[in-house]
Design a protein around this ligand. Structure first.
Ligand code: FAD
Length: 305
């Protein structure tokens, strides 16, 4: 049953007509429980509050699969304005971006030009920008662009998904770039040709990648709500005397709030991934696919005023 609902919501996440409709309806369906607002300004009080509670943040201006240059440029403008606002309001937040929202599907040169604009502005204020990982067809291009940018910028990171067979090799190939990597299980609908179909293998591979990246000595962000992954990381850093400033935990805003707070109280760095913007539909559907229990707050959103 869980597998069926996962496939169903991932299928819906690609539906363009529903995406357009969702934009018109605003953040109904309970999306406001997991996004920071429709604009960056609306998200500022929440980021301030999260910082006061001891959390670091990464903001993501929602949007993906842009196919017009104007839309991609608009997205760049929004990212740059947000970077300026982060600096002005002295917020403790990084930024995450999806390269498909910056023109990845249009041309490599365009997305590189856009990332140069974003990274050079972010560098001025000491802000790190992480390239989110998208579906497997885009993975080679995203990693290639990461490597190109990393040669010029220190303030860029990217993401590796443990469900992909290729990820072990990718971590080896990235080693020479001393990468800041966010390690995740993976959120897209993938075939057995490229990704482990069994959850147990995905979990085992995430542990394997966490160990490899940590023991390589590179900064490791373990992005998971799964206590087994968190406990594994804590055991590993204790065993190898890895200091707390070499790794962090990341979780999505609105997910496992108690666990987030408990980790901060224990002295670990916890970064909250906070999306904002009008393009919440694809993000929201992937969250429903991951955890059918999220449907409860989606239903509340529909029936509440
Ligand atoms: P799951 O395997 O989904 O869950 C494991 C267990 O954790 C569950 O059985 C349950 O016990 C517990 N659990 C999970 N969620 C909850 C909850 N809400 N409440 C209570 N218990 C819960 N994916 C990408 O493909 N690309 C990205 O760039 C990317 N960036 C991400 C950034 C962050 C900060 C995070 C947290 C995730 C990101 N993801 C990304 C999504 C990721 O790939 C997974 O799809 C998602 O995190 C679900 O996997 P999980 O490791 O949290 O645990």
């Amino acid at each position: 049953m869980e597998v069926i609902s996962k496939r169903f919501f991932l299928y819906l996440s690609y539906n363009k007509a529903l995406d357009r409709m969702a934009k018109r309806w605003g953040s109904k369906f309970g999306a406001n429980k997991i996004i920071g607002g429709q604009t960056f300004s609306q998200a500022i009080p929440l980021i301030t509050q999260l910082n006061q509670e001891g959390f670091q943040v990464t903001v993501d201006h929602l949007g993906e699969f842009v196919d017009s240059v104007d839309d991609a440029r608009e997205h760049v403008r929004e990212c740059i304005e947000s970077i300026k606002a982060i600096a002005y309001h002295q917020l403790d937040t990084e930024m995450s971006v999806k390269l498909t929202s910056l023109g990845l599907d249009i041309s490599r040169d365009l997305v590189l030009e856009h990332m140069e604009l974003i990274l050079s502005k972010a560098k001025e204020y000491g802000i790190t920008v992480t390239l989110d990982m998208e579906d497997s067809s885009r993975c080679p291009a995203i990693l290639d662009i990461y490597k190109t940018l990393r040669q010029k910028y220190e303030n860029v990171g990217t993401v590796i998904q443990s469900y992909l067979y290729r990820s072990d090799q990718d971590v080896d190939d990235l080693k020479q770039f001393s990468p800041y990597l966010r390690l995740v299980k993976g959120a897209y609908k993938e075939s057995g040709k490229v990704a482990f179909p069994e959850k147990q293998k995905v979990d085992e591979n995430l542990k394997h990648l966490i160990k490899k990246q940590l023991l390589n000595g590179h900064y490791t962000a373990v992005a998971s709500h799964d206590e087994a992954m968190i406990d594994y990381t804590i055991g590993l850093v204790k065993e190898h005397n890895i200091p707390n400033d070499r790794f962090e935990f990341q979780m999505l805003y609105g997910m496992r709030n108690q666990l987030q707070s408990d980790l901060v109280k224990k002295g670990y760095t916890v970064r909250i991934y906070l999306p904002y913007g009008e393009d919440w539909y694809g993000y929201f559907m992937r969250r429903l696919a991951e955890r059918p229990a999220n449907i409860a707050f989606a239903l509340k959103g529909i029936f509440s005023k």
